[in-house]
Design a protein around this ligand. Structure first.
Ligand SMILES: Nc1ncnc2c1ncn2[C@@H]1O[C@H](COP(=O)(O)OP(=O)(O)OP(=O)(O)O)[C@@H](O)[C@H]1O
Ligand SMILES: [Mg+2]
Length: 1107
């Protein structure tokens, strides 16, 4: 955040006191009270200066969000409320910006939250440092190394469900920009005894449970494992399931993490195979077998388990079996093999399991280091994070606890030394007077443990290396001799022990008063564990396997590299590595996180005062606060101090243009703070009493309120003025626009009026001009008209004159002709006879007639009777002749045409003529018949064999044969019948059989009736009383009605020389039996084509519907 932005401070919205140095009064009780108050309000972090105290909340808190990371990013340590992120940020920034290597020392007893804190620091640094694909991968690998190491190195203990059973120091390496390059992990002494035995209420390492819970069926089958925990001796029967731990899910996380860190699939498989083998080793049981020489020998009870282990490890079963039964000791180039008894066999088995697991763990750390190590050789900046197993006191404390607590002692020592040294140095550096503060220095305890000549570890080593019988008891005896006088050492036998008679201290135990409390250690197992003996036969057997990972774990098994030298003891190894670690830490700038465990129940919200008080004591927190406060309770560089309080002084507010120190001096002088309350250091101001600071804070608060009001006032004023100016400006703009608008309107109106007047004037002028022009035009026109009239008059006069002249000339000519004629006639009368004129006339006529006839001969029209043309008449007087000649010519050509006819054709034409006379313009059907030739015999009776019989029955020549519809008199329905006509009869016969139905002489026919329409219905009326008329008149329909009736008419005429009546009417009467029936034709839609539909309506009426 930029300096000009609003500054916050850890003093803002404080719950209790964020920095214990400011506690007033400062006592252990107020200190504890303050921690409790903050813990109750979810404020788990409290500062002692720059040391962070973290109280384990035992529940997830929403204070590790990305938003929080952003909040603390690039902020000063005291700017925000205490947080582990503030420490991480401070460390990271001084690493990045000031090039100082850092180490984060996290201390506290088991379950206090060290591992969590280390992870928080790492995740914060990962979040704030550089980004990019490569960098992200490095970060991811660094972070993902945690789940793998936790699975193999952590276990549930009575103190902590995820207790680290190894010490871990991780160096994170950065480049000059602060981007992570990689890391190096160092591990310290895994508590491997846990592999074979766990204290009550505790578990083995997580990985065993994770594998059995989370491994797929196939994987377990492949590893020859059963899913049941109870099946394995090495897994504690109780507390296998832990509340809040999902082993299966964690297994998936571990596998995933292994993949991210860069484990190959076969590497991961090999690791799990070793884990499975360790589990299965625990199930190998031995039984005693007596030998002939009286020695007891052990035998493996169930060789199946051993076989499976050998399969998993690629081992020859016989080799391993032998290694469990014999022990070879080499001394002075001699090899002596002795058999192992059952107890020794079990010892060997457990030693193998522990070693296998321990070496696997070391291999894992190295493998991870291989993946995460920085790829470049550029100079690196380093941030070390130390998360070591916490100080622990169990019911039964053994070698492991001794080692763990020794390590914690060392850390405590480094803390004490560094904090005090730093503090002291700072006062000196700043030129402030320094008074020494008393504090407990645990160097004496460290001495007791690590002293090279008479330290406990040295004694143990000596005992282990000593020839002769060595046991834990001899070791204790030695301790009793050497350390008895030490004020921090107690045992039953120690001469100086004040508890000589203290029965609470058993014989096989010794007690050390650690900085964190008294711990009683059972010596049992010290020697063995320190020796960390694995029979050579076993390591050699392991080396012989085909399993490359296992082979690499036991290099000493290689006979070529066999050495008779004893390997260094566990204790000395540890002491050396701790010494290296301490040396390493001392080169770096330390940052402390001191974890406190609030209760033993691992429960949230419980703050056990006694427990916390104890931790405050042994962690030396009070001393820490006292030291911080010894001289001055509060110190701050001049710049931020001036920045924070400059508003309290009129000279420094709002801007101070000189040095920060001068500014602070001016400020404090003006505030009249007594000079003994503060000291000016070289770069910092030191405030003696917290009260002074709080007073400053109070004044600042009030001043801020005042300033806020002032700012508010000015802001409001500014806002109102801005608003006013804005309104004024708007008003001017609006009025300008309004004026413009009205002026514009006025101008437009004026313009319009002007234009109108202009147009009126122009119109008036134009009209005037037009009038003048029109007048001129009219004048011109009238002149023309007058001229035209005048010319007309002249012309007419001339015409009249000319006509008059012509008439006169004509009259003169006529008169002259008459006069001449008269003269001639008078002169020549005597020369002509009286009738000469008549002869001339006749001659002329003759000539004309001659010419007329000759012309007509040449122009005669064609001989077709239908031709209508005739030449034009030449003289009017020939009109009558011409017409007559035309008629004569036509008759002549018709005759000529007729003369070409045969008899039959003539008859046909006669019939057609007859038909025309009978029906033309009377019946509508007639026009259709004109085109049809009258064929007569349509059925060809004589030729058709079907009508042979009928032909035989008719004697006369058949003039007409056709099929007609005979209308039933009763209902008007038609039946097809053959209709034959001979010279004297007409015959009706059945159409199919040809049988004659009626034979009626034509003489009996009186008349025929038809309609005017296009229908083919006709009635044949018969003489009343004739035989034929017994049933009454006949009604027929036929398309050939015209032909039938014409033929009938002609036959009767030729026979009787009488014309029968052909009645053509739309209504006529017929005689049916005794009834006179009216046949009535009506128009209507036709159902069956063109045929008329007859319907007998009643006795009097037969309706025929025609189209
Ligand atoms: N900041 C925290 N927020 C929430 N829970 C926490 C926090 N710190 C610790 N815990 C809880 O406390 C438990 C113990 O913490 P952790 O494993 O860090 O202890 P430790 O000090 O490393 O102990 P050990 O020395 O046995 O390894 C964690 O499993 C977690 O449940
Ligand atoms: Mg831990």
């Amino acid at each position: 955040m930029a300096k000009s932005e609003v500054k916050t401070s850890l003093l803002d919205n404080m719950i209790g006191v964020g920095d214990s140095v400011l506690l007033e009064p400062l006592t252990e009780d107020t200190f504890l009270e303050n921690l409790k108050k903050r813990f109750d309000h979810c404020e788990i972090y409290t500062y002692i200066g720059d040391v962070v105290i973290s109280v384990n909340p035992y529940r997830p808190l929403p204070i590790y969000t990305p938003a929080k990371v952003e909040e603390y990013r690039n902020r000063n340590f005291y700017e925000l409320s205490p947080h582990i992120y503030a420490l991480a940020d401070e460390a990271y920034r001084s690493l990045r910006d000031q090039d100082k290597d850092q180490c984060i020392l996290i201390t506290g007893e088991s379950g206090a939250g060290k591992t969590e804190a280390s992870k928080l620091v790492m995740s914060y640094v990962a979040a704030v440092c550089g980004k990019g694909t490569e960098v992200n991968q490095v970060k991811e690998q660094l972070l993902q190394s945690n789940p793998v190491l936790e699975a193999f190195g952590n276990a549930k203990t009575v103190r902590n469900d995820n207790s680290s059973r190894f010490g871990k120091y991780m160096d994170i390496e950065f480049d000059f920009k602060g981007d992570p390059l990689g890391g190096v992990i160092s591990n310290y002494l895994l508590e491997k005894s846990r592999v074979v035995k766990q204290p009550r209420g505790e578990r083995n390492f997580h990985i065993f449970y994770q594998l059995l819970s989370g491994g797929s069926d196939d994987l377990l089958k492949q590893l020859k494992l059963e899913r049941d925990f109870n099946h394995y001796n090495y897994l504690g029967q109780e507390s296998a399931e832990v509340n809040g731990i999902d082993d299966a899910a964690n297994f998936r996380t571990v596998k995933n993490a292994m993949q991210i860190v860069g484990f190959m699939d076969d590497e991961a498989e090999s690791v799990l195979a070793v884990v499975a083998a360790v589990l299965k080793l625990g199930n190998i049981e031995f039984k005693p077998e007596s030998r002939v020489n009286g020695m007891d020998e052990s035998r493996i009870q169930d060789k199946n388990g051993l076989k499976e282990i050998c399969e998993l490890l690629g081992q020859d079963q016989a080799v391993l079996e032998r290694a469990f039964s014999f022990r070879t000791v080499e001394a002075k180039q001699e090899k002596v093999s002795t058999t192992l008894n059952v107890a020794q066999a079990y010892y060997a088995r457990d030693a193998l399991a522990k070693n296998l697991y321990n070496r696997l763990f070391t291999w894992l750390v190295n493998r991870i280091n291989g993946s995460i190590k920085a790829q470049t050789k550029v100079r690196k900046k380093v941030m070390g994070v130390l998360d070591i197993y916490g100080f622990e006191i169990f019911e039964n404390n053994s070698f492991e606890q001794f080692i763990i607590n020794y390590c914690n002692e060392k850390l405590q020592q480094i803390f004490i030394e560094l904090t005090l040294k730093e503090e002291q140095e700072e006062y000196i550096k700043e030129g402030i007077e320094w008074t020494h503060i008393e504090y407990f220095n645990n160097a004496i305890i460290c001495e007791l443990i690590e002293n090279n000549t008479n330290g406990i570890l040295a004694m143990l080593d000596e005992e282990c290396l000593r020839p002769g019988t060595v046991s834990d008891e001899t070791f204790l005896e030695k301790l009793n001799q050497v350390c008895a006088v030490h004020e921090r050492f107690e045992s039953r036998m120690s001469k100086s022990s004040r508890f000589l008679n203290d029965t609470s201290l058993p014989h096989n135990c010794f007690r050390i008063q650690h900085y964190a409390g008294k711990v009683m250690y059972h010596v049992a197992g010290f020697v063995d564990k320190n020796n960390d003996l694995l029979y050579r036969d076993l390591s050699q057997a392991m080396w012989k396997t085909n399993h490359s990972l296992v082979k690499s774990l036991f290099p000493e098994g290689n006979p070529a590299k066999m050495s008779l030298k004893r390997p260094p003891t566990a204790g000395s190894q540890f002491r050396a590595s701790v010494a290296t670690l301490m040396k390493n830490l001392l080169t770096k700038n330390p940052n402390y996180i001191r974890c406190i465990k609030p209760n033993d129940q691992k429960a949230p919200l419980i703050f056990s005062e006694a427990l916390v008080r104890h931790q405050i004591n042994y962690l030396g927190l009070m001393e820490n606060v006292y030291v911080r406060r010894a001289g001055y309770a509060f110190k701050q560089p001049y710049d931020p101090c001036l920045e924070r309080y400059k508003m309290l002084c009129s000279q420094t507010w709002p801007h101070w243009r000189h040095g920060a120190r001068d500014g602070v001096e001016v400020l404090l002088t003006e505030l009249r703070i007594p000079s003994e309350e503060f000291s000016y250091g070289r770069s910092k101001i030191f405030i003696r009493n917290p009260r002074t600071l709080f007073k400053l804070e109070d004044q600042r608060k009030h001043r801020l309120e005042y300033l806020a009001t002032l700012i508010q006032k000015i802001y409001r004023g500014w806002k109102c003025r801005t608003n006013f100016l804005l309104m004024k400006k708007s008003q001017i703009i609006i009025s300008a626009w309004t004026k413009r608008y009205f002026q514009q309107k006025k101008y437009l109106r004026l313009k319009m009026v002007t234009l109108r007047i202009q147009s009126y004037i122009r119109g008036w002028k134009a009209r005037k001009l037009l009038r003048e022009l029109k007048h001129q035009k009219r004048c011109v026109e009238s002149v023309t008209t007058i001229a035209a009239y005048w010319r007309g008059t002249q012309a007419r006069r001339e015409l009249k004159r000319l006509k008059e002249e012509a008439r006169r000339k004509h009259a003169v000519a006529v008169i002259w002709a008459y006069w001449l004629g008269l003269k001639v006639r008078r002169e020549y009368r005597k020369f002509f006879r009286a009738n000469a004129g008549r002869k001339i006339y006749e001659f002329t006529i003759q000539r004309i007639m001659q010419k007329y006839f000759l012309d007509l001969r040449n122009k005669l029209p064609p001989l077709s009777p239908t031709e209508r043309s005739w030449p034009v008449r030449p003289y009017l007087f020939l009109d009558g002749t011409h017409t007559q000649l035309r008629r004569i010519f036509h008759l002549w050509r018709c005759k000529k045409y007729r003369d070409q006819f045969t008899d039959q054709k003539r008859t046909t034409y006669e019939e057609k003529l007859e038909a025309s006379e009978l029906f033309k313009d009377k019946k509508a059907l007639y026009t259709n018949s004109v085109q049809q030739p009258f064929q007569g015999d349509y059925l060809e009776i004589s030729k058709n064999p079907k009508y042979q019989k009928l032909n035989g029955a008719v004697e006369e020549k058949i003039l007409l044969a056709d099929v007609v519809n005979k209308i039933n008199r009763a209902n008007g329905k038609g039946t097809p019948r053959i209709f034959l006509l001979t010279k004297s009869n007409f015959i009706i016969a059945d159409q199919k059989s040809g049988q004659i139905k009626s034979n009626i002489p034509v003489m009996d026919i009186t008349s025929v009736s038809v309609s005017k329409q296009t229908d083919g219905l006709f009635a044949v009326h018969l003489k009343e009383g004739s035989t034929a008329a017994s049933k009454g008149d006949f009604l027929f329909t036929s398309d050939r009605l015209i032909e039938i009736i014409t033929k009938l008419y002609r036959i009767i005429f030729s026979k009787t020389n009488q014309k029968i009546a052909v009645e053509i009417n739309n209504e006529f009467l017929v005689q049916f039996n005794q009834d006179k029936v009216c046949v009535k034709f009506i128009q209507g839609a036709q159902k069956n084509g063109n045929l008329p539909a007859c319907k007998r309506k009643n006795n009097r009426l037969l309706e025929v519907t025609v189209p």
